[in-house]
Design a protein around this ligand. Structure first.
Ligand SMILES: Nc1ncnc2c1ncn2[C@@H]1O[C@H](COP(=O)(O)OP(=O)(O)OP(=O)(O)O)[C@@H](O)[C@H]1O
Length: 301
């Protein structure tokens, strides 16, 4: 469990993380979202004690600095390109392992886990971004940590790599670990994350399960197809539903549920050809939730 309390960071006069508090629970994947410049990387750096700020972050009750052997408790990937380009993947991992008292066997294990066994003797300088990302993950997992913090772990990965990452993070969560990962790929997050922490301009916008976040920031629509569209529309309208005709035989009802619509159709003796709920996407919810907290916004077309 990661507990963040009152985390605050300023650069000069600019407050980039403001009084941020949340908990990240074990056994699930928590996605960390926010528009560009929202303060995600800064928050992760603060969590790991790489930056100084106010407030506290604890891992199972202890701050990063209090951990006797941090590599064994918290595994982190912040910048995959931070590895020395002249070292091979294996040399890099051996170096980190030696510093934490981790043996050669685990080095080979994590190389295999991230699919870099065959490339272990190649210099990191020649690695693609995706390979560097895999090495970064291997480094983060070296100490078999209970907490995993990853900044944009899918960055540079091809579709197969993204899928691999999804399976890996799910597996880590299923083992009971606390997994906290930022990403800009919202459709990916929708598939991957159970919980979300969403920030905008350094402030907490939401910390809740993905489903609750989407429900809170979007409207549910019920799609109805009927040959008697005009009569049924009028009927729903009179019953107090917010309803629009979308196609010749299709109605869209806002904030309704299919039970209520099918009951109304039965009562009116209106035949239904289709009735289903359209759930909004995480992307729609994210754009709505962060609309007022977007520092770097493209100019309107
Ligand atoms: N070393 C620094 N000095 C001054 N300002 C900084 C520094 N690092 C970050 N910032 C500022 O802090 C704010 C938050 O940046 P941060 O990189 O944490 O955001 P982010 O959410 O990770 O963004 P992105 O999604 O674009 O990676 C930005 O306004 C950024 O310009």
């Amino acid at each position: 469990m990661i507990t963040v309390q009152g985390l605050t960071k300023s650069y000069g006069d600019e407050i980039v993380v403001r009084d941020l508090s949340c908990t990240v629970r074990p056994g699930v994947v928590t996605g960390f979202l926010g528009p560009n410049g929202a303060g995600k990387s800064t928050t992760m750096r603060l969590m790991l004690g790489l930056d100084r700020g106010e407030g506290s972050v604890t891992f199972g009750g202890r701050t990063y600095r209090e951990l006797p052997n941090p590599v064994r408790t918290v595994g982190a990937l912040l910048d995959a390109r931070a590895t020395h380009p002249g070292r091979t993947a294996q040399q890099h991992l051996r170096m980190v392992a030696a510093g934490a008292g981790i043996g050669e066997r685990r080095v080979r294990e994590v190389l295999a886990l991230v699919g870099l066994d065959a490339a272990r003797n190649r210099r990191v300088g020649g690695f693609s971004l995706g390979m560097q990302q895999r090495l970064g993950i291997a480094t983060a997992l070296l100490g078999d940590p209970e907490h995993v913090i990853l900044d944009e772990p899918t960055n540079g990965l091809d579709p197969e790599g993204v899928r691999w990452m999804r399976t890996l993070l799910r597996g880590l969560a299923d083992e009971g670990r606390t997994v906290f990962a930022s990403s800009h790929l919202l459709s990916e997050m929708a598939q991957l994350a159970d919980d979300l922490v969403v920030i905008g301009e350094g402030e907490l916008i939401a910390a809740e399960p993905v489903r609750d976040f989407v429900d809170a920031h979007t409207r549910t629509q019920v799609i109805v197809r009927t040959p008697e569209v005009a009569r049924f529309r009028e009927l729903l309208h009179r019953a107090g539903f917010q309803v629009q005709q979308a196609e010749a035989d299709q109605l869209v009802v806002e904030n309704a549920d299919t039970d209520a619509i099918s009951a109304a159709a039965r009562q009116a003796n209106a035949p239904l050809r289709e009735l289903h709920t359209r759930r909004s996407s995480l992307e729609e919810a994210f754009l709505h939730a962060t609309a007022n907290a977007t520092t770097y916004r493209g100019a309107a077309a």
